[in-house]
Design a protein around this ligand. Structure first.
Ligand SMILES: C[S@@+](CC[C@H](N)C(=O)[O-])C[C@H]1O[C@@H](n2cnc3c(N)ncnc32)[C@H](O)[C@@H]1O
Length: 330
């Protein structure tokens, strides 16, 4: 860290309210309304502190409709510095204990609204689930396609309830889920509350226009999202854009099917996808396509497709080489 950035981060932390905010935001993503409730201070006052913490590089903000969610930055030096210093804070300090109890109440409320959303949709999801193989088998197949080494940055597009983030969080430095649905993000936020998911963040954003710079992720996943999109090829091009060199895209969706109920009752726009179509889109997006995996079920076959972004610099050797075997990249 440069001197000035280091000092700014320390100045950011060196104030009682800001220290409480940082301690809370190291544990959970919170909106300003949540923080007003926990700290019992006015919104303008907290907003001023939050701006200062963002300017000091300690927080990231994710706008979501009328709310903005804040969290302690993960991965970079300012976040590590803050986490390191928080470790010296007395865990049982009365102020921290009270803040933690109020945070727990907010997390319980999130869990209750997530549960009621689930109950409203459970029957519909069960109907789809009964047509394909158990989700556990699909998840095992996804894990087989993930790089064997630890993953730096992972993006889950159309994260829904955040299940893919839960699946991968342990082997990832930073995991980000995007979704367009505020309700789904609220469910994901409830599911990702807790110490196992502190490296997970959520953003409200469309698959077709991701709010990330080129080359930001090592792995991009999208599970059961493409069939909802008018132009899945735009989402694939965006996913490819945000992949780093040798980064991997994993897409999971259905093979072509004639379950018209999925279109009529569940808003699917695509009745599954042919391998050729997805592979064509992967190649157009500049990725090298791997062999698809098929998981046949009673009515629907789940497919897994993968693409890899080649090295940026083509040497005369790699330029002459045939399509790489993706197994080599494990
Ligand atoms: C069937 S759910 C799958 C959720 C999650 N990937 C999983 O496997 O549990 C599809 C998700 O895609 C999201 N979605 C639909 N269109 C989207 C878009 N254009 N951009 C981002 N997310 C989208 C929906 O809101 C929903 O949460």
């Amino acid at each position: 860290m440069r001197h000035e950035a280091f000092l700014e981060a320390l100045r950011g932390l060196a104030e009682p309210t800001r220290l409480r905010l940082i301690a809370l935001l190291a544990e959970s993503e919170l909106s300003v309304t949540d923080m007003v409730e926990i700290l019992g201070q006015s919104q303008p006052r907290l907003s001023r502190h939050l701006k200062l913490l963002c300017d000091a590089g300690l927080l990231e903000r994710a706008p979501e409709g009328v709310h903005v969610f804040f969290r302690l930055v993960s991965g970079d030096a300012a976040g590590q510095l803050a986490r390191g210093l928080l470790a010296y804070l007395d865990h049982d300090d009365p102020i921290r204990t009270l803040d933690r109890q109020r945070l727990a109440a907010i997390q319980r409320n999130r869990a209750v609204s997530a549960e009621s959303y689930f109950q409203r949709h459970a029957a519909e999801w069960d109907a789809i689930r009964s047509l394909h193989i158990p989700e556990g088998e699909v998840e095992r197949a996804i894990q087989k396609l993930l790089p064997k080494r630890r993953i730096g940055d992972l993006l889950d597009i159309g994260t829904g309830t955040g299940r893919m983030l839960q699946l991968c969080a342990q082997n990832v430095d930073r995991a980000v889920g995007v979704d367009t649905s505020r309700e789904m993000l609220a469910v994901a936020r409830a599911n990702l509350d807790g110490p196992d998911y502190r490296n997970c963040a959520l953003r409200r954003a469309p698959a077709e226009k991701l709010p990330f710079a080129d080359g930001s992720f090592d792995v991009v996943l999208s599970h059961m999202v493409l069939h909802f999109l008018a132009e899945p090829e735009l989402a694939i091009a965006e996913a490819a854009r945000v992949l780093r060199a040798r980064g991997r895209l994993i897409l999971i969706d259905f093979a072509p099917h004639d379950a018209t109920v999925l279109g009529a009752d569940h808003a699917h726009r695509w009745p599954g996808f042919q391998d050729e179509r997805i592979i064509g889109w992967l190649k157009t997006a500049g990725l090298v396509a791997g062999r698809p995996v098929s998981l046949p079920g009673s009515g629907l076959t789940v497919k897994l497709w993968r693409g890899e972004r080649p090295e940026l610099v083509e040497t005369h050797l790699s330029a002459n080489r045939a399509e790489p075997n993706l197994e080599l990249f494990q």
